[in-house]
Structures are given as C-alpha cells and as structure tokens.
Design a protein around this ligand. Structure first.
Ligand SMILES: [Zn+2]
Ligand SMILES: [Zn+2]
Length: 122
C-alpha cells in the first residue's frame, strides 16, 4: 500500500493504492456513454512517457475541482482537454486531470512531478 502526497504541502492526494494494470486499453468502448473506469479502485498505473500516474476517479479524495470553470469543460463530466482540472485541497496547486465525459476516457491522471509517493507505515 502506498499513498501519494502533494509535493508542495504534503496533503494526501490519493487513497491507499497498489500498482495495478488497466482494466482495458486506451480505446474507449463504442457508444456515447461514459466509459467504465480505466483502472480498478485502489490501483494505479505509471505512465512514464507522459509523466502521469493513472488512477480510478474515486481514488483522489485529496483533490478538488479547479476554480477556473474554463478547465472544467464537458457535457456529461469533465473532458480534461483544457489542462489540469484538479487541484490539491491543501494548497490549491494543480495536481491532476480528470476525464470522464461521454467521448473521453474515464480516469484521473495525477501529474507525477506534483506528487510524492509515501509507503504506508504499518
Ligand atoms: Zn458528454
Ligand atoms: Zn498541496
């Protein structure tokens, strides 16, 4: 189990999570419904190329929506195409992008550089 904290203020950003594999590939299923989450709850996947950590949408309780509504465009949910749309609830720094609209993937991508991993002390 590990937890990711804000680099800036140490606020926990995520639930306790373990490394896991995506439930499906990057292609979203056909149709106009919100896709099932890419990751299972409680798991995350590192995307080294993009410098992102991919989470289930419910695993980032330490984040809040961006105060700028222009970042929150979308019809059924945030599309996440206009820059990071989640901020740290502790200090307001941009930490992640959520996408869960009817034409996007369904995930939260935490910016790796904005988070520090902290193994849970048993
Ligand atoms: Zn939509
Ligand atoms: Zn913070």
């Amino acid at each position: 189990m590990t937890i990711f904290r804000c680099v800036n203020c140490r606020q926990p950003l995520t639930s306790e999570v373990t490394p896991g594999e995506p439930l499906r590939g990057p292609e979203r299923p056909p149709g106009n419904e919100v896709a099932p989450p890419r990751m299972a709850p409680g798991t995350f996947k590192v995307n080294f190329d993009a410098g992102l950590l991919i989470f289930h949408p419910d695993d980032v309780p330490g984040t809040a929506f961006h105060p700028d509504p222009r970042r929150l465009g979308g019809c059924c949910g945030p599309a996440g195409q206009d820059g990071p749309n989640l901020v740290c609830i502790g200090c307001g720094v941009e930490v992640a992008t959520k996408e869960s609209d009817c034409w996007t993937d369904n995930l939260v991508a935490l910016i790796a550089a904005a988070a520090t991993e902290e193994p849970k002390v048993l």
